[in-house]
Structure formats: C-alpha cells, structure tokens
Design a binder for this molecule. Sequence first.
Ligand code: MG
Length: 273
Amino acid sequence: MPKLEIGVLIGLVDDMDEQFRHLTGLGLRHGQICSWEPQRWTPQTAERLKESIRQAGVRVTTFWSGLPGPAVWNFIDGPTTIGLVPAAYRAERIEALKHAADFAVCMGFPSITTHVGFLPEDPNDPRFNETVDAIRTVALYCRERGLGFWFETGQETPVTLLRTIERVDTGNLGINFDTANVILYGKANPVDALDVVGPYVRDVHAKDGFYPTNGNELGKECPLGEGKVDFPAFVKKLKSLGYAGTLTIEREISGEQQRIDIQKAVELLRPLC
Ligand code: MG
C-alpha cells in the first residue's frame, strides 16, 4: 500500500517563509493554504508565494478558500450565513470562488476547497436545487481551468453530500474530509462516513473533537488523539479504499500551543501512514 504523506493547514499571511519554516521544521513537505481575505488573492501575492514554495520545497494540495460575508459557526445562525446555501450571499460568493480559482490557476494548485454550507437534507427543499446550481457554476469554472472543486465536510450528512455530488455531476468534484467536523456537527462517525463518501476523498483535515452536547452549539475541537476520532481505524479504512493522498493536520487555535499540538499530531499520525 502507498505510504500517506502528512501535511499542515497554513494561513496565507505576509511572511509565508516563516509558515513554511514551521512546516519543514516538522519534517513535512505538504500543506494546504487557507485564506479568508480575497484581497490577498492577487498575481503579486502569487509571485511571492511561488518563490516561497519553491525555496521551501513544499507541495500545496489545495487552496482552501473562505468566503465573504458572515459565517456563524453554530446550529442556529450557521444555516443562514455559511457557504452557498443562503441566497442572500450566493452571487457574491460564486464570484469569490471564481476569484479563488483564478488564484489557484496562477499558483499551479490542483484544486480549491470550501464549505458550501448546511446542505438541505430534504432534496425537495428549493434551496437544495438552487445550491446545486450554484456549486455547478463554480465547479464548471474550475473544470474549464483544470481544477478540482472540493467540499469541506461537516455541515451535512454524508449521504446528502453524496447526493449533492451526484446532482452537480461535473466530474471534478472531491471531498476534503475533516475528521472532526462530522463529529462537531453531530452528522456522522468519520470511519463509517467513508462507507458513503470514501471514493470521493481527495484530502483530509486530520482534526479531533467531541459531539455536540446541546442543540445550539457545535461540539468542541481538541488536540488530535484526545477526542472521538479513531485515527487508526480511519486511516486503515481510507487506505483500504486506495487513498494515496495526504493527512493535513488542522488545529483551530493559534500561537505556541498550536505548534505543540501539531507536533504531537505528527508523532501520532506518522506510524499510521
Ligand atoms: Mg477543516
């Protein structure tokens, strides 16, 4: 079986050399770059970033593109604010994702990734078809440019995600499977979810956490290895499906503790690869 690579999700900031030093200091050569600031997605940024990537010898697996407008990370306001589901922000966000795709092309990245939102579980909900149409617009734009369009998991059940991929049907769709998100949103056990969407997994956010304990708030994220994700079982199953990609560590805190937790995550994942 092919050996999996480990990567880290890193932000697009002014000093990318420092970001990559952290990555390579951990003995890693893979990463995803994440940005919620479309004003940074320029040819000028691309030129500098290309040079930093070249010098660091790093491979970027996707451009994780945040969207303009509000995003409230809970069960009450999330459905009306996140992704392409809320009609009020849809047109602006389609344009933002096209902008992200242009930046990814400029950089030579293979794909863009985003949260499309709380996809309606009921396919008869009119927002379902509207969202499918919006995703298709972006996915076709990506396809014309040789890019993949990847879904960040979490806000929908695996079967709803599968149905959405089938309906959009552009042939360049994939999943960035966040192992914690499906738990934080109470939507699935990540190991079992692979039975449903496993063949579409193109990259992984290796992240850990707990199920929700009330109906309003997401479960809590935690250091990898301390939450509900069974990483040995998840990685074993992923490999049995023929997955040969990356396990990209995500830790949603900042500062020194983030670095410590990422280091521990690398140590925990390495024997599983
Ligand atoms: Mg994630």
